[in-house]
Design a protein around this ligand. Structure first.
Ligand SMILES: CC(C)(COP(=O)(O)OP(=O)(O)OC[C@H]1O[C@@H](n2cnc3c(N)ncnc32)[C@H](O)[C@@H]1OP(=O)(O)O)[C@@H](O)C(=O)NCCC(=O)NCCS
Length: 196
């Protein structure tokens, strides 16, 4: 009874509908479509790195990971994405990390996607994981234990070539199911979940 009334209270807040995201491998068409739309929004419209589309040959073999939100546990929107591909046996690359503008900076989605990228590559035999990281994001990756290996120019933009410390990323057991990432949790809902 007590818990029910707390949830009703939480549902009356705007934040409740976005209180959790699932970070997972994209398997459904709508997830892949929305991930591509978000990538275009970020890398074409916002950053102007590409003129019309950021799609390239790596997309043929890459796996797309997404952060989805929804209502009452039913996912209906992609708000973050990243892709991974195997460059040579055991060597994986992450790229096209993007979070919807209104979900950035304090919700931890970028970090969660980076975690899922490396953990799901490990599930497929990854022994080394690299990414070319835009310089403004260097601090974020360094905080996550990545090693800076040297500056490179990619698509006319300065990047840092970086390597993940795989010891910090356990193998993902089931990437298509992924994990739940809590965001914007009203304090009382978070404490109820911790008790459950
Ligand atoms: C880079 C990006 C994916 C980060 O995603 P995010 O969801 O905002 O990141 P998180 O919420 O996980 O934040 C991680 C940390 O970085 C900090 N941070 C994130 N963006 C920041 C910003 N623009 N300015 C200052 N700090 C920032 C957060 O405060 C947080 O710090 P904390 O660990 O001390 O709490 C997102 O900003 C983005 O999509 N940018 C545009 C595309 C892009 O640059 N892609 C990456 C190419 S390498």
């Amino acid at each position: 009874m007590f818990i029910d009334s707390m949830f009703v209270d939480a549902m009356n807040t705007d934040q409740f509908s976005y209180s959790e995201c699932r970070i997972k491998l994209a398997v459904d068409d709508w997830e892949l479509r929305q991930a591509q739309k978000l990538r275009n929004q970020v890398f074409v419209v916002e950053q102007g790195i590409f003129q019309t589309s950021d799609h390239d040959l790596f997309d043929i073999k890459a796996h797309t990971l997404v952060a989805t939100t929804g209502m009452l546990g039913i996912p209906d929107a992609v708000v973050g994405t990243v892709r991974i591909h195997e460059q040579e046996p055991g060597v994986w690359m992450g790229s096209r990390l993007a979070v919807d503008r209104s979900f950035r900076s304090d919700k931890g989605l970028g970090k969660a996607l980076i975690r899922m990228a490396v953990c799901s590559a490990r599930a497929q035999g990854c022994k080394t994981f690299y990414a070319n990281v835009q310089l403004q994001n260097l601090g974020l990756f360094q905080k996550l234990g990545w090693l800076a290996l040297g500056e490179v120019n990619v698509h006319g933009v300065e990047h840092m070539f970086m390597q993940a410390n795989l010891d910090l990323y356990p193998i993902a057991q089931d990437p298509s199911r992924g994990f739940v990432h809590l965001i914007n949790q009203p304090r009382h809902v978070a404490s109820i979940r911790e008790l459950a």
